[in-house]
Design a protein. Structure first.
Length: 101
C-alpha cells in the first residue's frame, strides 16, 4: 500500500514513505496511522466480498482538501506484475490524473 500527498502549497506530490522525513513526523505515529488505513481498506474489501460484489484487485481513492472523495476500483489481473510494475502503472495513470471535482 502506498499513497501520494499533494501539499496545499502546491508543488510535486510527496510519496507516502517520504512524509515522515519531510514533515518531521514521529515514525511510530505514521506507522500506526498507516496500519489503521490498511485495516480499513481490508475491511472494505471483505465487505465487498460478503455482499457478493465482484472482487477488486486494487483501489484508488482521491481525497480533496475540500472533503470531496472519489474512489476507483480496479479489476485488472495484476498477478503477473511485480510490485514495482504495479506502482509504475498506477503512477502513470494517476499522478497526472485530473480528479474532475
Amino acid at each position: 500500500m502506498y499513497f501520494y500527498y499533494y501539499p496545499e502549497s502546491g508543488g510535486s506530490p510527496i510519496y507516502s514513505l517520504d512524509i515522515v522525513e519531510i514533515y518531521n513526523m514521529v515514525e511510530s505515529e505514521y506507522d500506526r496511522l498507516e496500519n489503521e488505513l490498511y485495516q480499513n481498506i481490508s475491511r472494505l474489501h471483505e465487505e465487498f466480498l460478503e455482499q457478493g460484489q465482484e472482487k477488486w484487485t486494487n483501489l484508488t481513492y482521491i481525497l480533496e482538501n475540500t472533503g470531496k472523495l472519489k474512489i476507483n476500483y480496479g479489476y485488472d489481473d495484476l498477478s503477473q506484475l511485480s510490485p514495482v510494475e504495479k506502482q509504475e502503472k498506477w503512477e502513470a495513470e494517476y499522478l497526472t490524473y485530473d480528479t474532475g471535482f
